[in-house]
Design a protein around this ligand. Structure first.
Ligand code: FAD
Length: 279
C-alpha cells in the first residue's frame, strides 16, 4: 500500500538545508606515537598502509568533515629526534637549532573518541619522505599531528553525492561513504594503480562504484557519467593536472560549478608537498 501521509514521505528538495559551512578549530600541534599498522590492501606491494596513532593530547582531537586534513610531522632524517614545529599566525616554524622536519597533508580517516586513537591511511606511492616513513612505520615511533585547522561541512542531505579521486583521495571517500545516510545516492568514480589496490566500499547510501585503471579512464568515465538532476554535491581530489582537466569536464559537460562542487589537488606530479584548490 502506498502511504499518503505527507509526514512519512521524504522531504522535498526545497525543504532541505544544503548550506555548506566552514568552521575553524583551535590550532594544535600534538606529539603522537604509532600504536599499530595494518595493510589496507594486503598483498599489494605499493598499496596503502593504515597507521594508528595515540597520544595524550589526541583525546581532544576534533575532525568534523571527511574533507579535513592534518599535517603529519616526521623527522626529515629518519631515526633522528623529532622536535615539533611551533604553530604561529604564519604557520608552523622550526625552533632555532632544531633538526629539520617534513610536513605532509593527510586525511583523518577515523578517530575513536573512546580510545583516543587516530587512523591515517597513507598511499605507498614511491620514495617521498611520508610514503617511505609509512612503509617502515612500527609501533612506538614518534610523529606530530597538526590541526585540523578547520572543517568544510557538506550536508549529507544532498539527494546524490559524486565522489571522484585516486588512491590519495580514497581515505576521504571511504570516510564520506561511512557518514552518508540511507536514502541518498553515492556515486564513486575512483582510479587505482592496479585492480588489486581496489577496496571494498560500503555505505548506507545507495552506492554505485566505477573503478578505473588510469587517470584517462577516470576522466572519460566522469565525462560520460549519467548524473541525475541537481541538487547534488560533487567532491574530487587527486593529481593536480588530472584535477584541472576534471574541473573543466564537470563545468562544461555537467554544468557543475559553484558551492556544490569542490575539486582539490592532493599532489602534483614531480612536486613535493603540493596542496591546491582547483577553481
Ligand atoms: C588535504 C589533503 C589530504 C590528503 N590525504 C591523503 C590521505 O589520506 N592519504 C594519502 O595517501 N595521501 C593523502 N594526501 C596526499 C599526500 O599529502 C601527498 O601524496 C604527499 O605529497 C605525500 O608525501 P610524500 O612525502 O610521500 O611525497 P612528496 O615528498 O610530497 O613527493 C615526492 C614525489 O612523489 C610524488 N607523489 C606525491 N604524492 C603522490 C601520490 N599520491 N601518488 C604518486 N606520486 C606522488 C610527487 O609528485 C613527488 O614527485 C592528501 C593531500 C592533501 C592536500
Amino acid at each position: 500500500m502506498i502511504s499518503t501521509n505527507p509526514s512519512r514521505s521524504a522531504p522535498s528538495v526545497a525543504a532541505l538545508d544544503l548550506t555548506v559551512r566552514r568552521v575553524r578549530h583551535p590550532l594544535e600541534m600534538r606529539r603522537v606515537r604509532v600504536v599499530r599498522t595494518a595493510e589496507v590492501t594486503p598483498g599489494v606491494a605499493n598499496g596503502s598502509r593504515c597507521v594508528t596513532f595515540a597520544g595524550e593530547r589526541l583525546h581532544h582531537f576534533v575532525s568534523a568533515s571527511f574533507d579535513d586534513h592534518v599535517k603529519l610531522v616526521l623527522p626529515a632524517v629518519p631515526g633522528t629526534e623529532l622536535v615539533l614545529p611551533v604553530l604561529g599566525p604564519n604557520g608552523p616554524t622550526r625552533p632555532e637549532g632544531a633538526p629539520p622536519v617534513v610536513l605532509r597533508d593527510y586525511t583523518p580517516r577515523r578517530f575513536d573518541v573512546h580510545t583516543g586513537e587516530l587512523d591515517i591511511e597513507l598511499d605507498l606511492h614511491g620514495d617521498g619522505p611520508a610514503a617511505t616513513w609509512a612503509r617502515h612505520a612500527v609501533a612506538g615511533q614518534e610523529a606530530g599531528i597538526g590541526g585540523p585547522r578547520g572543517s568544510f561541512l557538506v550536508p549529507t542531505a544532498f539527494p546524490w553525492h559524486l565522489l571522484i579521486g585516486d588512491e590519495s583521495a580514497l581515505p576521504a571517500i571511504c570516510r564520506r561513504l561511512e557518514e552518508l545516510p540511507a536514502g541518498v545516492r553515492a556515486f564513486v568514480v575512483a582510479s587505482t594503480a592496479t585492480p588489486a589496490s581496489r577496496r571494498q566500499l560500503t555505505s548506507r547510501a545507495t552506492l554505485d562504484v566505477t573503478w578505473c585503471n588510469s587517470d584517462d579512464e577516470l576522466l572519460a568515465k566522469v565525462h560520460a557519467f549519467p548524473l541525475p538532476a541537481k541538487p547534488g554535491y560533487t567532491w574530487a581530489a587527486g593529481e593536480s593536472q588530472v584535477m584541472r582537466t576534471l574541473r573543466g569536464i564537470l563545468r562544461d559537460e555537467h554544468q557543475l560549478e559553484g558551492e556544490h562542487t569542490r575539486v582539490t589537488a592532493y599532489w602534483k606530479r614531480g612536486v613535493a608537498d603540493h596542496h591546491e584548490a582547483v577553481v
